[in-house]
Design a binder for this molecule. Sequence first.
Ligand SMILES: [Zn+2]
Length: 245
Amino acid sequence: MSDVWGDTHDDPKMTRRDLLAVAAATGIASWSGSAWAADPPQPGMAPPPNAITPADALKRLMEGNERYVKNELKERDFSAGRAARAQAQYPFAAILSCADSRVAPELAFDEGPGQLFVMRVAGNFVNPDLLASLEYSVQFLGVPFIMVLGHTKCGAVDAAIKVLKSKAVLPGHLPGLVGAIKPAVIAAEKTRSGDLLDNAIAENVRGQVSRLKAAPPIVQKFYTDKKINIAGGVYDLATGKIALV
Ligand SMILES: [Zn+2]
């Protein structure tokens, strides 16, 4: 699959029709509908609505968060535009968030359906499946910005600290999840000031951002070509405010 995606991106001779043929053959088209927002606009065609700069995407996210913090959310008619959204999606940011029920990215950024491509996993870490979703959003939906979103009092990071300190053994598949967060705890333990949990949460976000920036073949290339930017934020459960880290 990655070869197919990589080839379509790297070959400038590939036309939109070729891309659609590849997509149909791989089943990607049925997932995305007819939206190929990453295609350069054809002559006479308006650019897709998410063709904004990474800096503008970040600005829009942070302005939405300001409205959320002040409890001044935009009024929304959720049924308006539903039929149009069934034809295509043009998200302007991808968010890799923790699964914590108290963190809701669409609310925290005051965005409606179709605007954010959201992936969630407890501890907001990158694994191959989530990376594939991000690759899809960047290459095929034209997303210009990725944010890794951690949050204060994260139970997954707290569990990783407890496992490291007490050698506790967690049940089920949880050891794998905690194992993904452990490097952030080990890095945070070297920081002498501040709270270990807060430091580990920020380290985890920064670590995942670094991993994404260096994740071949798609995300790394889009990042180094400056087609996208990647940043990390921590959502404060008590205030709703997101601080970039
Ligand atoms: Zn969490």
